[in-house]
Design a protein around this ligand. Structure first.
Ligand SMILES: [Zn+2]
Ligand SMILES: [Zn+2]
Length: 349
């Protein structure tokens, strides 16, 4: 409740995450205070905590669900205590060209990702602008609703890849986003028999294989033509490739798997520059593009897909069976980096 004390996982420095008491925020203006039910651990959180990208004093966690606990004086018309919600991105400026096109992730007024906004949901409570909240459909469990944010990312990546009926797809990197990308491709009509996956980690390969895709290979099993053979097409070529690992070598390899007119979508972020083959791109008229977050309405679409039940058991395959509490968060981050944990870890503060 507002006015009291809560627990939060506070970043103090690289690899130094401490669970500490913090005052429960009091929502002002259009803010809403949400009691966190579940918060997913994301690749971004790994970078922030273990790679030292995060600001000391910050609290991470952006893939969350919860129940409204208190509302600011100007937020009372849309939300009331007890409402079930998930968090989305802060609204864009509403004025710039991308905002006018509903592409709010591209808002020109946004700060660098990860440096904007207030504290995240690795805490008992999170306080956000009412416009960042999306209601959870009746009947959808709040634990599963916490997948809405990463599923929206995966669906947006498929939108950018724009596979046509009967086309083949490659997913590079079968971490949680890659695994959700498999579900998103299927939900958008790509036949599982037309989906290939490349992933170095055996635990993640096993997870991907259990999602019913045609083939799961290691990156070194991919046929990658050299820069001296820009016109040679590989036998197992695909029409779209979703690169979810953020590794430069995977970006290069994914580009080489495309047939004429193919599309490579960069979904995973990395700080190592890939060497893409310009002649291959030119001679085959390949499209290389990015997918960042999702458009307005992306979270709502993901929630509807989760609530529809069409994903079935595959959702449980992607989520790690045992949730962790705030004290277990650092261990989970380390387990993910070490490749010991393959699925989506949910924190239940
Ligand atoms: Zn995320
Ligand atoms: Zn804008």
């Amino acid at each position: 409740m507002s006015g009291g004390t809560m627990r939060a996982a506070v970043l103090h420095g690289q690899g130094d995450l401490r669970v500490e008491p913090r005052p429960v925020p009091t929502p002002t203006g259009r803010q809403v205070l949400v009691e966190v039910s579940h918060c997913g651990v994301c690749g971004t959180d790994l970078h922030m905590v273990l790679d030292g990208w995060g600001q000391p004093g910050s609290v991470g966690g952006h893939e969350w669900s919860g129940q409204v606990s208190a509302v600011g004086p100007e937020a009372r018309r849309r939300f009331a205590p007890g409402d079930r919600v998930v968090g989305g991105p802060a609204p864009g400026c509403g004025q710039c060209p991308p905002c006018r096109d509903d592409r709010i992730a591209l808002c020109e007024a946004r700060a660098t990702p990860g440096t904007e906004g207030g504290d995240g949901a690795f805490a008992d409570y999170v306080c956000v602008d009412e416009q960042a909240l999306v209601p959870v459909p009746a009947g959808l469990d709040l634990r599963i609703a916490a997948l809405a944010e990463p599923l929206a990312v995966a669906l947006h990546a498929v939108t950018r890849a724009a596979p046509e009926p009967g086309q083949r797809a490659l997913v590079c990197g079968a971490g949680p986003i890659g695994a959700l990308a498999i579900l998103a491709l299927r939900a958008r009509g790509v036949d599982p028999a037309d989906i290939r996956v490349s992933e170095p980690n055996p635990t993640r390969r096993q997870l991907a294989a259990s999602l019913g895709v045609a083939e799961v290979v290691t990156p070194d099993q991919l046929d990658v033509p050299s820069i001296a053979e820009p016109r040679r097409l590989v036998a197992d070529r695909v029409d779209v490739a979703l690169e979810c690992s953020g590794r430069a070598s995977a970006m290069y390899a994914a580009c080489a798997q495309l047939g004429p007119g193919g599309r490579l979508v960069l979904v995973g972020s990395g700080i190592e520059s890939p060497r893409l083959d310009p002649n291959r791109i030119l001679l085959n008229e390949l499209v290389v593009t990015g997918a960042f977050e999702y458009d307005a309405g992306g979270i709502g679409e993901a929630l509807d897909l989760l609530a529809s039940g069409t994903l079935g058991r595959d959702v449980d395959t992607i989520v790690e069976p045992d949730d962790v509490d705030l004290d277990g968060l650092l261990g989970a981050l380390e387990g993910l980096v070490a490749g010991k944990i393959a699925g989506k870890v949910l924190v239940q503060p």
